[in-house]
Design a binder for this molecule. Structure first.
Ligand code: AHG
Ligand code: MN
Ligand code: MN
Length: 334
């Protein structure tokens, strides 16, 4: 069987765009290097002193795990020294970074990321991930990056992707021309094309939501979950509930098997938990490119206007017909 590595694939794709300078290709390659470094650490998590809390909290007041901090540094270093971005915004840092280096000031892009998604699963050997979003800067080339570079709508993304550290490690990305997935082949240390042109299956029957929150969710969400529990005429059984608690892993499973992931607003947190710029937008871009849909219950995620770096939004994402069904219940009850 012939093998196509991620770098070969990126190079081949670049040839499709005669005016491309190769900067985006190099940036994707830099991210894949950071992913390998993080993967290496994640894989020996129990053997090194890397499990557990760092003893600090991030801007959202969440406990930082040692691996959150390590992954953040690995990504920041990779993109800063790679020189294809003029700045970076991360879940783990209150303010964005504007890289004051000559090669970075000249760069065309900025990047946003959730360095390690699903931190609560690190210590219990359950899949975790990395999510990234790439935007073309709006500030002038040569200047320092500013906040407006990072506060662009999801529809402006030029590329987005995620890495899942699971039973195998995969990198899935889009540049707006479909979605492709690459599995890390540990013996050669390369990501190899394993899932070409990924699409949500037409019929999905998985719903993923933290059902512990049901009593504090709005009625539309509760009604949708009840609908999922009714007998499905196609399969003659109710839908299947699956919730890992790592957004990347839940999204990835639903992309392959068909399903919907929901993190709704609650009474206490009407904007939900997930962050628009580095969790919801990148996955929304991938979802739409794979024939799926992403909304906040009413509006397209990628059209939401971002006002701050760590903005939150409710998220309904996955197979199109299921997201639309959930929206129907929300609208009926609003
Ligand atoms: P992070 O680890 O980056 O803070 O993200 C955790 C998120 C997401 O991955 C997951 O789907 C969700 O939190 C789970 O939240 P609940 O535990 O409230 O269900
Ligand atoms: Mn996350
Ligand atoms: Mn995180």
């Amino acid at each position: 069987m012939s093998m196509v590595t991620l770098n070969e694939f990126i190079m081949e794709r670049q040839a499709d765009f005669p005016f491309a300078s190769g900067d985006l290709s190099r940036l994707l390659a830099d991210i894949s290097i950071a992913a390998k470094i993080i993967n290496h650490k994640v894989n020996k998590a129990g053997l090194q002193d890397i499990l557990g809390a760092e003893g600090t909290t991030n801007v959202q007041g969440e406990t930082q795990m040692k691996l959150d901090v390590f992954s953040d540094q690995a990504l920041l270093n990779a993109v800063k020294w790679g020189g294809q971005v003029c700045g970076a915004g991360s879940e783990e840092n209150e303010k964005y970074f504007a890289f004051d280096l000559e090669h970075c000031r000249k760069a065309k892009y900025v990047i946003l990321f959730d360095p390690l998604d699903g931190s609560s699963n690190i210590d219990v050997n359950v899949s975790i991930g990395t999510i990234f979003s790439i935007l073309r800067r709006t500030s002038a080339v040569g200047d320092l990056a500013n906040i407006n570079d990072f506060l662009q709508k999801g529809s402006e993304q030029v590329a987005a992707g995620y890495v899942i550290y699971g039973s195998s490690t995969m990198l899935v990305y889009t540049t707006g021309h479909g979605v492709n997935g690459f599995t890390l082949e540990p013996s050669i240390g390369e990501f190899c094309l394993s899932h070409a042109n990924m699409h949500f299956p037409e019929h999905g029957n998985i719903y993923s939501i933290n059902e512990g929150n049901m009593s504090i969710c709005e009625k539309g969400v509760r009604d949708f979950v009840e609908w999922c529990k009714d007998i499905d005429k196609k399969t003659n059984r109710p839908f299947t509930a699956r919730y890992i608690g790592s957004l990347v892993a839940d999204f990835h499973r639903n992309l392959i098997k068909g399903g919907v992931y929901i993190y709704p607003g609650t009474k206490k947190n009407p904007e939900g938990k997930l962050r628009l710029q580095y969790e919801c937008n990148p996955l929304a871009f991938i979802a739409e490119q794979a024939g799926g849909k992403a909304s906040d219950g009413k509006n397209r995620i990628m059209e939401l206007p971002p006002k701050e770096l760590h903005q939150r939004t409710p998220l309904f994402i996955g197979s199109k017909h299921l997201v639309e069904k959930a929206e129907e219940f929300i609208q009926k009850n609003s």
